[in-house]
Write a protein of this length. Structure first.
Length: 271
């Protein structure tokens, strides 16, 4: 069923209600509706970094800092083939490692993190990446965000990944006003069942990359529009908004929003 977009007046009312201090119950219900919409929009949401082991995911996530997942995925096949174990990273020739990861940017700092990570995993954990938050964040190159990526996607332990994009979106949507990543993580964790924490991270990140862009979100074809206090930040006219939607799911996302790119063959517009 096509989604409905709010009128300017209704959007302003929602924004005012959220700004004034939305009730806990009201926020929980609104977040629940938004999560159901996100689940419908992105049934295949997943970690977009390629990996086969926890160590590979740790390495890929370190490389993803200030770099696209696509670029990291272009680099990691050769990297993983040359350095399959923590010991291999610990003993890596710096020049050779730096050359392999150069395309990801900040390659010197990242090489330092990878060599240090390998050494620490060998010395403290017998070469096996640990599966707890407390132990992961003590390793070189791994902060809380990276640790939650690893826990949720390599070990199946629920975790909320608060990167710049996640924080931006949940604040835009009025889920929390917190700026500190740890406080954002805890605030969202209180709104979402623990079993869903990892998938919520994927849903939000997918939506941010495809529809809810930082500078110009595609408001007019967004399936979250009715529950978004920031509706109108980007174009609300469906045709203009549709041009902003990115990714391989673009056609399906537009269909969910009720947008027909060819009005001559259908009803056109967002219902």
């Amino acid at each position: 069923m096509p989604v409905s977009t709010p009128t300017r007046r209704n959007a302003a009312k929602l924004a005012a209600r959220v700004a004034a201090g939305e009730s806990s119950l009201g926020r929980a219900r609104r977040v629940g509706r938004m999560l159901r919409a996100l689940a419908a929009a992105y049934p295949d949401a997943h970690c977009e970094l390629d990996f086969t082991t926890p160590l590979e995911l740790a390495v890929a996530t370190i490389l993803s800092a200030q770099c696209t997942d696509k670029r990291v995925n272009e680099v990691t096949p050769a990297l993983f083939a040359r350095y399959p174990t923590a010991l291999d990273y610990a003993r890596a020739d710096r020049a050779g490692l730096e050359e392999l990861i150069r395309p990801t940017g900040f390659f010197r700092n990242k090489a330092t993190s990878l060599i240090g990570l390998g050494a620490a995993v060998v010395e403290r954990h017998d070469g096996v990446l640990p599966a707890t938050l407390d132990e992961l964040v003590k390793l070189p190159g791994i902060g809380r965000k990276t640790a939650n990526v690893i826990l949720g996607n390599a070990f199946g332990i629920p975790g909320i990944t608060v990167d710049t994009h996640f924080g931006r979106l949940v604040r835009r949507w009025g889920w929390t006003g917190e700026e500190d990543p740890v406080k954002v993580e805890h605030a969202v964790g209180e709104l979402v069942p623990k079993r869903d924490w990892t998938m919520v991270s994927h849903y939000v990140i997918f939506h941010g990359r495809r529809v809810c862009h930082a500078r110009k979100p595609a408001c007019g074809v967004c399936t979250l529009a009715a529950d978004c206090p920031a509706f109108g930040t980007g174009p609300t006219e469906p045709a203009q908004a549709a041009a902003l939607v990115k990714g391989p799911e673009a056609a399906r996302l537009l269909a969910l929003a009720g947008f027909d790119p060819d009005p001559a063959e259908g009803s056109g517009g967002a219902a």
